[in-house]
Design a protein around this ligand. Structure first.
Ligand SMILES: [Zn+2]
Length: 240
């Protein structure tokens, strides 16, 4: 980095005092740009505090008007926006699914992906169907990133991912298996999210039940997008 150059920060975190101290250590003059990858609170809720500290910085995200914090003067960006950095351009890729405004940043020179919540080493990503999640969009986002064949992915949570294509393939397999289970439950005559979830997730801790239901709903909506199921009220059924 050129001495005195002011870098770009990806995600604002939650504004915890320890995190702010750590930022002061590495960015004594602040960042010139803060790119928030999506409006979930663990990525965005620290933005107002950073905005107070760094009034000259520009706070950028893909808009999600229902969720974006009003205290921040957001600068709207979109798919294809490019940020010039000391290490070359960083390109915004809109990757909805986990959230409608979700983005990742692609550093083509090194084939490095700053992956936010698109991929997580060792686990799957939640698709909160009732809160902006969209499984069809998520699968399309995964396929788009797979085609780039990233050399390394730096996710917002957990370990660095060196085998992005393999992980994406496992995700796609997992979603296909889950879809097959949802279709089988529908074929048995189970027609509500609750009854399908209780068929698929047999001995789930109570605390995880809402998450399981969100996942089932995400699959049902994806199947509706595909024209394979229909819904009336809360009742889902296979189409002809
Ligand atoms: Zn998230």
């Amino acid at each position: 980095m050129v001495p005195g150059a002011r870098p770009l920060l990806i995600d604002a975190g939650v504004g915890h005092p320890d995190h702010l101290d750590a930022l002061d250590d590495v960015l004594p003059q602040g960042a010139s740009t803060v790119v928030v990858t999506h409006a979930h609170s663990d990525h965005a809720s620290g933005a107002p505090i950073l905005c107070d500290r760094w009034p000259a910085a520009s706070f950028c995200k893909i808009p999600w008007p229902e969720r974006d914090l009003a205290a921040v003067p957001w600068h709207a960006i979109g798919d294809g926006t490019v940020f010039e950095t000391e290490q070359g351009p960083l390109q915004v890729l809109h990757t909805p699914g986990h959230a409608p405004d979700h983005l990742v940043l692609w550093h083509a020179d090194t084939r490095t992906l700053f992956g936010a919540d698109l991929l997580l080493a060792g686990t799957t990503v939640t698709i909160p169907a009732r809160h902006g999640g969209d499984l069809s969009a998520y699968l399309a986002s995964l396929r788009r990133i797979r085609a780039l064949a990233p050399r390394v992915v730096l996710p917002a949570h957990g370990a660095v991912i060196h085998d992005a294509v393999g992980l994406i393939d496992r995700y796609l397999d997992h979603r296909q298996q889950r879809e097959d289970q949802v279709l089988a439950a529908l074929a048995e005559g189970r027609d509500t999210v609750e009854s399908i979830a209780s068929r698929i997730y047999v001995s789930l801790e109570p605390a995880l039940v809402p998450l399981a239901r969100e996942g089932v709903l995400a699959h049902l909506r994806k199947l509706a997008d595909d024209g394979r199921v229909s819904v009336e009220g809360d009742a889902w059924q296979l189409r002809g």
